[in-house]
Design a protein. Structure first.
Length: 168
């Protein structure tokens, strides 16, 4: 397996993989190994529609890390597609995003050198940043306020309605 730990493949976003298993001679023989569906639907109570699923999964240690149209996150076994965990950010409760809808292209991964080099998944939503334990999907209590920080507190000008903030 070749890892893809950052958006674009590496910290330079080179979009290059050294994998050489697929060649012009065997590409026509490829078959779908598994598929995963995010399962998010339109929610009338929040006036939301999941819009397009545009995501570049990250892969480390045989696990794919994905974000969903409603700014949630999941970890999948890269071999089988089995969902290992899912984290609900609550961003959908702020309602739909006018014009563009929800878009979230990828999480970020980071190793915490002060805590045993544990892998963390960073998930930004419309107005928050979460640090999740990559093994469990549980927010890391030592990050911010029990795993979350505000992306709007401290703005140089007041934000009249947090629903208009789109960080995804």
């Amino acid at each position: 397996q070749v890892e893809w730990p950052s958006y674009g493949g590496d910290s330079a976003s080179s979009k290059y993989s050294p994998a050489d298993d697929i060649t012009p001679r065997n590409v026509q023989g490829l078959k779908i190994a598994w598929q995963w569906e995010h399962g998010e639907k339109a929610l009338a109570e929040y006036g939301t529609v999941p819009y397009r699923f545009e995501n570049q999964p990250l892969m480390v240690d045989g696990v794919l890390y994905v974000t969903t149209p409603y700014n949630n996150a999941a970890a999948l076994d890269a071999e089988t597609g089995k969902e290992l965990w899912r984290f609900e950010s609550g961003a959908v409760k702020l309602g739909g995003i006018p014009g563009t809808g929800f878009k979230h292209r990828a999480p970020a991964l980071w190793r915490d050198g002060t805590d045993g080099n544990k892998l963390r998944m960073l998930l930004n939503t419309r107005n928050q940043l979460f640090s999740l334990d990559a093994k469990t999907g549980v927010p890391v209590a030592s990050f911010g306020n029990n795993g979350v920080v505000s992306l709007t507190d401290g703005y140089p000008r007041p934000i009249s309605d947090v629903r208009h903030v789109n960080h995804g």
